[in-house]
Design a binder for this molecule. Structure first.
Ligand SMILES: Cc1cc2nc3c(=O)[nH]c(=O)nc-3n(C[C@H](O)[C@H](O)[C@H](O)COP(=O)(O)OP(=O)(O)OC[C@H]3O[C@@H](n4cnc5c(N)ncnc54)[C@H](O)[C@@H]3O)c2cc1C
Length: 496
């Protein structure tokens, strides 16, 4: 067990460093002395602009005002992700953050829909999802009845700046410069201080590694180890840039599959972020760059960047008196925008377990186990998008389609295909509606369904109920403002 924790040092000032600093100072600022170190010379990864709905809760927990946040980060609303060309070329489906229809304890709503279809009902499952319909029509409003589920897109560097302001107002000290050395206690290996290139020695009782892929403390110093998932998720590179953007702002991210990976398009109030995520085993960096340049919507504003990564997770994200948050703790490619969610989960868990009276094995083991579960659940969901493809036009897609997958995912896919059953595991962020939308979107057709709807109502009542539900959603969406108009009045960007 270590000593009492008073002085906390956060190494790194990207999204993870400043999320950590903001939350720690908001909640425990009076109890702790918090220092954040960041290097302008090294900079941040500079991408990471689409999020998952848990960010709204995270912001509420820390008293962040939504309008201020959106204005400060040129942010926009995200109701889901439009997947294009994934299962077949020219296919498109939206994975929205909404729920689908109304479920029964005997089974989810798609059983009603399948029962009705078997009786000749026409219409799509997506007609019964409010968020999905709002996304399709580029509409948005903050509504309570029906409650709308959403996340955000934002400018990553403006977000860090926004969080920095909140953190410094709560007493976080910031040191600019490069850490050149890490000093450990000779007896127990705990980190005692980090040495700056300037010669300054920054001491701490607890260290949080937010240094990005390099994992300066957790890996280079404490040798946590890395579990590589590259055999399942083969993308290891990305080229990224920013373009001008004019016209309607869609309230969703676009994920467009190409020959050896996929391209994101993230619309903000003033520009679009875009990038091609690909596997360097199938395409050269130069060809990937050309693919991206051939698929832009506007003029380039910010130069192209090449990023390299290993998909996987640190075997331990807390070792001795150091926890890793963000890319220092692991990385799963951005297909479902889960990295910032993982950062904020890690931050929340660390606050809940904060070792004021010293780090114990119990703290460390619990944190590491929960973190393992978070990463593995997300991993399976991402693999689903690649495995459930019918594309065979390139070696990349053929290999994705033919790969061995984790048993946990194989079981889910088989259960849905054979029995039409979908479920959400405890501790899993993706709800049933997410699994359903992606499995159906990727053309996994259930062969069977639960017949309970047939025992509850006859054909006419069933059709009338479904029509009513569908019409209510369509009529409500009709009354909503466009996403662009919503942003103009609710949270026009205030930065410049
Ligand atoms: C291609 C790509 C697309 C992505 N898209 C998304 C997305 O849409 N949604 C999402 O949720 N996530 C996304 N991510 C992940 C997301 O970018 C990160 O989770 C997020 O930016 C947090 O990064 P970080 O703060 O952990 O690391 P970084 O941004 O790399 O920050 C590291 C910090 O450590 C500092 N540092 C490093 N070494 C030293 C040193 N020696 N001395 C002092 N300081 C040091 C740096 O200066 C910097 O401040 C994406 C990632 C990639 C690669």
């Amino acid at each position: 067990m270590s000593q009492q924790i008073k002085k906390v040092v956060i190494a790194g000032g990207g999204t993870s460093g400043w999320c950590m600093a903001m939350a720690l100072s908001q909640q425990f600022g009076e109890l702790l002395d918090i220092t954040l170190i960041e290097s302008n010379e090294i900079g941040t990864v500079g991408v990471g602009e689409a999020t998952f709905p848990t960010i709204c809760t995270f912001h509420r927990m820390h008293g962040i005002d939504e309008k201020e946040f959106l204005s400060a980060t040129a942010g926009s609303i995200k109701l889901g992700i439009s997947f294009e060309n994934w299962t077949r070329k020219n296919d498109r489906y939206i994975h929205s953050f909404g729920f689908i229809g109304k479920s029964h304890w005997l089974g989810e709503f798609h059983n009603y829909w399948m029962a009705a279809k078997s009786l000749g009902y026409e219409g799509q499952l997506e007609d019964f999802c409010f968020e999905l319909q709002a996304a399709k029509h580029h509409k948005f409003a903050v509504t309570e009845k029906p409650k709308i589920n959403y996340a955000y897109h934002f400018d990553a560097s403006l977000y860090a700046r926004f969080l920095r302001k909140l953190s410094e107002a709560k007493g976080v000290k910031r040191i600019e410069g490069k850490i050149s050395n890490v000093k450990q206690n000779l007896d127990n290996g705990f980190i005692e201080s980090v040495m700056m290139e300037s010669g300054e020695n920054v001491e701490g009782d607890f260290f949080i590694d937010c240094t990005g892929f390099r994992g300066l403390l957790i890996e280079q110093t404490l040798k946590a180890g890395y579990e590589d998932w590259g055999h399942w998720l083969r993308n290891d590179s990305a080229v990224a840039l920013q373009t001008d953007f004019s016209g309607d702002i869609p309230p969703y991210t676009r994920a467009i599959a190409h020959g050896s990976g996929w391209q994101w398009k993230i619309p903000l109030q003033h520009r679009q972020g875009t990038g091609y995520v690909y596997s360097s085993s199938y395409i050269t960096d130069e060809d990937a760059r050309n693919t991206l340049l051939d698929n832009l919507d506007g003029d380039i504003r910010v130069e192209l960047r090449l990023l390299k990564f290993n998909t996987g997770r640190r075997k331990k994200t807390w070792v001795k008196n150091c926890a890793a948050i963000g890319l220092a703790g692991g990385f799963i490619e951005p297909l479902e925008s889960t990295s910032i969610h993982l950062i904020q989960m890690g931050v929340t868990r660390l606050l809940q377990l904060f070792p004021f009276d010293g780090c114990t094995e119990a703290h460390i083991n619990h944190y590491n186990e929960q973190s393992r579960i978070d990463y593995e659940k997300i991993r399976d969901f991402i693999i689903l998008h690649y495995k459930a493809t019918e594309r065979d036009d390139t070696p990349y897609w053929r290999d994705c389609r033919d790969m061995e997958i984790p048993d946990s995912l194989a079981h889910r896919m088989e259960l849905f295909r054979e029995a039409g059953v979908v479920y959400q595991d405890p501790n899993e962020i993706f709800p049933v509606a997410s699994w359903l939308q992606v499995m159906m979107g990727q053309r996994i057709e259930p062969k069977r369904y639960n017949h309970f709807p047939h025992t509850m109502m006859g054909k006419d009542v069933m059709f009338a109920e479904l029509d009513k539900l569908k019409t209510n959603i369509a009529e409500f969406v009709e009354t909503m403002p466009s996403h662009a108009n919503f942003l103009k009045t609710y949270s026009p960007m205030s930065w410049s």
